[in-house]
Structures are given as C-alpha cells and as structure tokens.
Write a protein that binds this ligand. Structure first.
Ligand SMILES: NC(=O)c1ccc[n+]([C@@H]2O[C@H](COP(=O)([O-])OP(=O)(O)OC[C@H]3O[C@@H](n4cnc5c(N)ncnc54)[C@H](O)[C@@H]3O)[C@@H](O)[C@H]2O)c1
Length: 492
C-alpha cells in the first residue's frame, strides 16, 4: 500500500488542500468537508479578498444552499486561507481548481486553454512539497495536461512521489450544491499502474462517503480529461441545435416550445437542455469547445474541429439575431432610446456573468447608441460595468490579476429593481430567466413606458398573450411572430 493509502487508513485527519477558491473549488470542498467529517479540508487562493469573503458572512459566490453547507463545517474541518504554501505542504491530496481561461495572445490565442495559472500552481507544489502527494486536476484542462503537470512535478521532485489524477467537475452553477450532493457520476482518471490505481482508490474512498459506488467511474487519465470537454460540447450542442431550430420556427410560424417538447419526448433524446434562448453563456461552454477545436486542429482533424466550431457560431448568431430583432422592430434604430435589460447573469440562481449573452446583447445595443438600464437581482453594478468595459476572454482572468479602473460605460445605468429599469423605456429585453421576471406587474411596467412598448423575451419566461392583451408588442424567441415584427426584416 502506498504512502497516501496508508495515511488514509491510519491518520485521524486526512488532509486535503484545494488550490483555487472559486465557483468550483469553494462549493466542492465545502461538500467534501460536510460529507467527510474525518477529513480536514483547506481551500487556498492567492486572492486575499476572495478568502476574506469565504471567511465572512457574505460568501464570494451566490449558490443556493451553499451558505448552509459552509456554516456547518467552517472552522471545524473546513478552512479558507491565503497561506497557500503551508497548506499545500501539509496536504495528502491536493486539488487544483484554478481557472483555465482561453489564451488571449500568442500561439493558439482565442482557442487554446491558458495554463499559466495551472503551471504556476504545479511549480509551487513542486517547490514546497516534502511528502508524497496525490495531485488532482479539478480544473477543466486540455487532454494530456496531466502529462505536462507530471513532468513539472517529477523534474522538480526532490524525492517526493506524485500521482496525478483527473477528476473533472460536472456541477452546474445555480444547482451546484444539489449536483454535488447527488452527482450523476463522479469521474476519476488515473495512471494504469499499481501506484496509479491506489491513488484512484484513495480518491474514490473520499467520494464513497456519500456517492454510491456505481456512480463513481474510473478511467485512464486521458479519457477523464476528454470526457469533461466532450460532455460540455454535447450540452452546448443541444442548446445550439434548439436555437438553430428557433430561427426556423420564427420564419415558418412553428412554435419552438412545441417542437422541443415533441422532440424531447423521444426517450433517445430526452427533454433536458432543449429550451431556446438568446444563447448559452457561462465560463465553460465556449471556452471548453474552443479548447476542443484547438486540440482537434493540433491533431490534424480539421473536419472535427469545424463541426464543433459551428456550435459556437450558432450561439453568436443567436445573440446577434436577437439584437437585430430589437433594433429592426424599433424602426431600425435604438439611438437615444432607453432599453431596459432585465437579467445580466448567464442564467438564473447565480451571480456569475462570465460569457453571459447579456454582454454581447448590451454591447450590440450600445453599438447602435441605445441607452440601457440594467437590473439583475444578483449582479452588482461594479461587475456589470467591468464586464461591459472588458475585451472578449479577459473576463476569465481573475479581477484581482487585471488592471483596475475599467473605463466607465456611459449610456449604461444599473437599477435595483425591474420597475426602475423599465421606467420611461421604449423596450424591455429579458436576458436571464430569473423567476421574479415571470411575476412582475407588467401592466404597471407598460403604463410607465414609452409607446409603442416592446418586450423582447430572450428566455421565453413571459406569457406573451397576456402581455399583448396589455398592449405590448412582444417578441419571444422561436415563437410565432407578432404581426408588427413580421414586416420588419431581421437578418443576422
Ligand atoms: N464554473 C463552473 O461551473 C465550472 C464547472 C466545472 C468545471 N469548471 C472548471 O473549473 C476550473 C475553475 O473554475 P472556477 O469557475 O472555479 O474559476 P474561478 O475563476 O472562479 O476560480 C479560480 C480561482 O483560482 C485562483 N488561482 C489562480 N491561480 C492560483 C494560484 N496559482 N494559486 C492559488 N489560487 C490561484 C484564482 O484567484 C481564483 O479565485 C476551470 O478550469 C473551469 O473550467 C468550472
């Protein structure tokens, strides 16, 4: 039995350290701590403000149920610290959950994963380790990253033995705690050597505290790494597929909800991830597909690369199609008009705005000189302004590692409720499916808007017929068009 396996058996407190206290590191480690009271979990980060927030009352990320989990174990067997090196040195198992953004410059810019944060974490592990370690890739990484990490570690090993595992995270923001409590599967990839298999078993033992054995899958390293990229590509592909059909629905008078329902009834297809919308967002889908595309190109598979690239193209098409609908419906100009934007997060129940379609839609409207007024229940004004001032891909480099003072975006105001955002507006764009947007008093909103008053529902959350009865002109993605819109060309 190897060192770590033995340690697990004999030590009272196995020590886990997670590098990166973000959307993945924070919630996953909190749940491990909750479910494994005999394991000490320390989450470390170079961002002092993030760690302070994890130790305070207002956690740095919003996720239903997270507060509760953190409060139950913080200070007992769950700790947050900036003392990265000390805790890495003491740990038996090190999760690396740093960000892996798309490269913004150099070779592979705009496609390849930027492993700067990963590599510096690996070098630091090599520097400070004096005892054997299991190093777990939690971040989503290109296939064969484990090999690169292994090289960094073993070339600087000073006699320390390392086992690298791939344990990609499949949680979805907004339902992270539920996903972690009852995952569809936990995937662990490792080397197919006796030491590799023991390391896999050690990590399996951690998850086995609460995950049924048949849901813990073990594979070789490369299969685990590729499975994560493939899973995200498949999920995003479903959204792009239904969004592509939504454009055809609008052109033909079909209703995308009815089509998606009928299609999803086929048990081979299933009903999930078939909601047409203004487009997918989030930190992962686009980044991971671009990464997949790059890996295909590097492996001489241009046809495969082009196939997946199309998923992103349709997503971009959907966002610009939406902006064009807004502009063309309003007599082909929104210059000087007030447009209310309801929802800025990339989906409901999260404050995360990374790659949210709202950014592209707002930039599109600002490009046409609209003045926009934004409301989101979870996103701060500072975040919105930073997002709108940022270049594509810069968003995934942590704010504390970026130059400060982003240029203020004029023509943008941020309000604390939907009614203030819509007051005096010509049009309302719904860009996140927050439940509260279903329940708004649309009569009151209508009464306080310029006429004709428009609602552009990018998430199909409102009852279009009810709103039409009030007097709104309504555009719902993929639904039969209002007669007003039929006469307005909207070519993306
Ligand atoms: N967000 C999701 O829903 C999700 C889901 C599954 C997988 N992933 C993957 O997980 C990884 C992390 O994603 P995230 O959303 O948690 O990112 P994040 O940006 O929220 O968190 C990453 C953290 O790592 C810290 N960090 C970077 N370099 C460091 C270093 N050398 N030492 C210590 N801390 C360092 C940063 O300060 C940041 O706080 C990514 O690879 C992502 O693709 C994300």
């Amino acid at each position: 039995m190897g060192f770590v396996g033995r340690a697990l058996e004999i030590a009272n407190m196995v020590k886990i350290c997670c590098i990166g206290a973000g959307y993945v590191g924070g919630p996953t480690m909190a749940v491990i701590a909750l479910k494994c009271p005999s394991i000490e979990v320390v989450v470390v980060d170079i961002s002092a403000s993030r760690i302070a927030a994890w130790n305070g009352d207002q956690l740095p990320i919003y996720e239903p149920g997270l507060d509760d989990v953190v409060k139950q174990c913080r200070g007992k067997n769950l700790f947050f610290s900036t003392n990265v090196e000390v805790h890495v040195a003491e740990a038996d198992i090190i999760f690396v959950s740093v960000n892996t953004p798309t490269k913004t410059r150099g070779l592979g810019a705009g496609k390849a994963a930027d492993l700067t944060y990963w590599e510096s974490a690996a070098r630091m592990i090599a520097d400070v380790s004096r005892s054997d370690k299991i190093v777990v890739e939690k971040s989503t990484v290109p296939v064969k990253t484990a090999e690169a990490i292994e090289k960094i570690l073993t070339h600087n090993s000073k006699g320390v033995n390392y086992q690298i595992l791939s344990n990609p995270e499949f949680l979805a923001e907004g339902t992270a705690i539920q996903d972690l409590f009852t995952p569809d599967r936990v995937l662990i990839g490792g080397r197919e050597t006796p030491e590799g298999r023991r390391a896999v078993q050690t990590l399996k033992d951690v998850y086995a505290h609460w995950v049924p054995e048949d849901r813990i899958l073990t594979t070789n390293l490369w299969s685990a790494e590729l499975s994560k990229l493939a899973a995200n590509a498949f999920l995003a592909q479903r959204i792009s597929s239904v969004n592509a059909i939504s454009a055809l629905c609008e052109a033909t008078g079909a209703n995308v909800s009815e089509v998606a329902f009928a299609v999803g009834k086929d048990s081979r297809i299933g009903p999930k991830f078939l909601n047409a919308s203004v487009g997918f967002g989030g930190s992962c889908f686009q980044k991971d597909i671009l990464n997949l595309v790059y890996i295909c190109e590097c492996n001489g598979l241009p046809e495969v690369a082009n196939y997946w690239r199309q998923v992103i193209k349709i997503n971009d098409y959907q966002k610009s199609r939406f902006v064009n609908r807004v502009v063309s419906s309003m007599f082909n100009t929104v210059s000087g008009k007030k447009i209310a934007v309801l929802g800025f997060a990339f989906k409901k129940d999260t404050g995360d705005t990374r790659e949210t379609p709202a950014i592209d839609v707002c930039k599109g409207l600002l490009g046409d000189k609209a003045s926009i007024s934004i409301y989101d229940p979870q996103v701060t004004e500072e975040q919105i302004r930073r997002d709108l001032a940022m270049n594509k891909f810069d968003w995934d480099h942590p704010a504390h590692l970026q130059p400060t003072s982003p240029a203020a975006v004029k023509q943008v105001s941020v309000t604390w409720d939907a009614y203030a955002a819509a007051k005096g507006a010509h049009g309302v764009c719904i860009l996140t499916e927050w439940d509260e947007f279903r329940e708004l008093d649309y009569q009151m909103i209508y009464d306080n808007m310029q006429k004709p008053a428009f609602v552009f529902d990018g998430r199909n959350v409102v009852d279009a017929e009810k709103l039409r009865a009030i007097g709104f002109i309504v555009y719902s993605i993929g639904k039969p068009l209002d007669s007003w819109l039929k006469d307005m060309p909207a070519i993306a």
